[in-house]
Design a binder for this molecule. Structure first.
Ligand code: CP
Ligand code: NVA
Length: 310
């Protein structure tokens, strides 16, 4: 059966852990210049209906380093942008390429594509979820601090796609997620409910950050919400991640942001560039974790027993 990655919930906790461990091995292999081309001759289709720097470059580089290739498909240049149904696009593309990655607005569109695809489909961000970023965040935490299970993670700001994927990570990996967001910007209630006592919602940013092991934020207006920016700026101002907030977290707490960041809005330059920030490792790990995901979806879990660093 074709496995898709539409949500972090499509993987079990064990699979996520194995994938993160594999991403670490692939990173080390790349660092040593060890060639590993398990996807020779394979092609990844990449549909982008929104902008991207990290995701596009990570997937394209991953396929190149793996001996395969990737095709960038923007909605503007394909028939998708001229109204060809998503179902038809899925059937056609999946008869040609070996996997498809999609960044779009409605999560439902991604699900419709997957239902009509013969090959694995990857969520490269929808308005609802951004699971690929979580693989990189989990790898980064593991690298710097070890196991995330049982830790306290603080999410500050919007109850958006990233926040939803953090909720899923808390459920799958067993950490405590404290979400501090202003009224009117909560994550989806059904996600909160399904997460049970893994997740606590508060209006108080200091309650969320107090004794946290990891502090995470994201932009206040996501792609597609640009015209709400003024209203959002006012609502989110008390949720800025700055040194005052970081001081209530554990001294060894890390700071993460999926990027792009808006300095002076959701995070101050001092925190983003400060000693607790691991955002550049986090961005780099998009490459290694996407490689681990591609191996898993295209070659199966046996890929975890494949070549490793000497
Ligand atoms: N974090 C992330 O997904 O970045 P891009 O929008 O640049 O792909
Ligand atoms: N929440 C942001 C994440 C960007 C990677 C957005 O959807 O624009």
């Amino acid at each position: 059966m074709t496995r898709h990655f539409l949500s972090l919930l499509d993987l079990t906790g064990e699979e996520i852990q194995a994938l993160v461990a594999r991403a670490g091995q692939l990173k080390e292999m790349q660092r040593r210049g060890q060639r590993h081309e398990p996807l020779r001759g394979r092609v990844l289709g990449m549909i982008f209906e929104k902008s991207s720097t990290r995701t596009r470059v990570a997937f394209e580089t991953a396929m190149a380093q793996f001996g395969g290739s990737a095709i960038f498909l923007s909605a503007r240049d394909t028939q998708l942008g001229r109204g060809e149904p998503i179902e038809d696009t899925a059937r056609v593309l999946s008869r040609m390429v070996d996997a498809v990655m999609i960044r779009t607005y409605e999560h439902q569109k991604l699900e419709t594509f997957a239902r009509h695809s013969r090959v694995p489909v990857i969520n490269a961000l929808t308005d609802r979820e951004h699971p690929c970023q979580l693989l990189a965040d989990l790898q980064t935490y593991q690298e710097h601090r070890g196991e995330i299970r049982g830790r306290k993670v603080a999410w500050l700001g919007d109850g958006n796609n990233m926040c939803h994927s953090y909720i899923h990570a808390a459920v799958r990996l067993g950490f405590q997620l404290y979400i501090a967001c202003p009224e009117g910007y909560d994550p989806l209630p059904e996600m909160l409910q399904a997460a049970g006592d893994h997740v606590t919602l508060t209006r108080d940013p200091f309650e969320a950050a107090r004794d946290a092991d990891l502090v995470v934020t994201d932009v206040w207006a996501s792609m597609g919400q640009e015209e709400e920016m003024e209203r959002r700026r006012r609502a989110f101002a008390p949720y800025q991640v700055n040194n005052t907030l970081m001081r209530v977290a554990k001294p060894e707490a890390l700071f993460m942001h999926c990027l792009p960041a808006h300095r002076g809005e959701e995070v101050t330059p001092a925190v983003l560039e400060g000693p607790q920030s691991v955002v550049w490792d986090e961005a780099e790990n998009r490459l290694h974790s996407q490689k681990a995901l591609l191996e898993f979806l295209l070659l199966g879990p046996q890929s975890w027993a494949g070549p490793r660093p000497p």
